[in-house]
Design a protein around this ligand. Sequence first.
Ligand SMILES: Cc1cc2nc3c(=O)[nH]c(=O)nc-3n(C[C@H](O)[C@H](O)[C@H](O)COP(=O)(O)OP(=O)(O)OC[C@H]3O[C@@H](n4cnc5c(N)ncnc54)[C@H](O)[C@@H]3O)c2cc1C
Length: 402
Amino acid sequence: MTNSHNLDDIKKEFSQWMSGHWNPELTLREWREAFVDSGWSVPQWPENLFGRGLPAWSEGVVSAELKQRGAPGLPIGGGTFLAAPTLLEHGSAHLQSLFLRDILVGETHWCQLFSEPGAGSDLAGLSTKAILDGDEWVVNGQKVWNTSAHHADYGILIARTDSSAPKHSGITYFIVPMHQEGVTVRPLRQMNHHQSFNEVFFIDARIPKDWVIGEINKGWTVAHTTLAYERKFGATFGETRTRGHGRAAAEAHDEWVEFMETYKWYPQRAGRVDLVVPQLVSTGNADDVTARDEAMKVISLQRASAWTAERARVMRDLGHPPGPEGSVGKLATSNAARLASHVLARTTGADAMLDSSDDSVEGIVSEVILSVPAQSIAGGTDEIQKNILAERILGLPREPHS
Ligand SMILES: Cc1cc2nc3c(=O)[nH]c(=O)nc-3n(C[C@H](O)[C@H](O)[C@H](O)COP(=O)(O)OP(=O)(O)OC[C@H]3O[C@@H](n4cnc5c(N)ncnc54)[C@H](O)[C@@H]3O)c2cc1C
């Protein structure tokens, strides 16, 4: 293994490793196990934890080589995006050894159990309780808007463990096994007809005593780590698709299709900016000065937001902590989505109300209109992003907290 941080050396070493180990006819599981155990799947992680202790930018070197060879990377989802980095930063050695390899190999599915009916933006106001009873924590309460909880083996959960402490101080961060009697997952049907969220009810659900990430009553800090990763990874789904030949790539494709079933409305949620100009032309509005002007604004906004995301990615690759780009980029994406939805509705006219069976670009415009509101809510609302920018970046006075 190299200790060199030279780009060309790392490229060469990984390429040599791939030549010796990548075989398209391996099963996905066989390939992922070799990839994960080699330390190349998360080269920026420490050497004793499936990584190689390389700089953050080495991740980009690995992705580029995988892409070039059509080889699958890590599985996508709450396990790799949220649970694993949180465990890496705050988990005990016991929890790291229990969960990290299975997450990286794609053996387990995870969901995020943070929001509650009375606690979303004000997450620290949560009321789900966990009480220690011998060797187990006993959990009672309700979570909501939990994406993919219906497929999850484990959840990352924040719950109140000290009701007498100030609200940010009495919260603990747990890993909860989802397949148990005390956990009930009820799917929620959305106004765009999709079903990606759930309500999750805990009635005397059990968690082993030491499945706590970080310290008891200090889960708020740990939750912040997860939320930072949520903003960071929110836009990367499209980059993770494998386009190769052979058994491993075919199995990765099936895994992708199954995973994306939950997220197939996300492109509509982002406003389908790609449809704005074709729809302007096909509906005969290409000469309408107002429509052209609005279309131009949407596309400029989207380009600026893509460049902001790229700047954020480069800063991450250089090992810098998350800066204002996350909040600025999220606001820009919301603005572009809203404006795209408006332009698509305007140019499509009354047909925008038709669903897929009645056409109107196969119902996509109506789905855009019904999905875009979620863009400015997921991962922290637009208003909360504005508060973050005002207080942490512009240094304006903090809003009063209860
Ligand atoms: C697509 C999607 C996926 C999601 N996935 C998950 C998941 O997997 N797990 C999970 O736990 N949660 C998930 N959520 C929930 C999400 O985190 C919450 O919906 C979000 O944090 C907002 O909380 P809320 O819905 O309770 O709205 P509220 O917090 O009640 O907000 C209502 C309105 O009040 C405004 N508001 C609230 N506080 C302030 C303030 N201080 N200043 C100004 N305005 C304010 C908000 O901006 C908003 O417009 C998901 C949501 C979406 C849309």
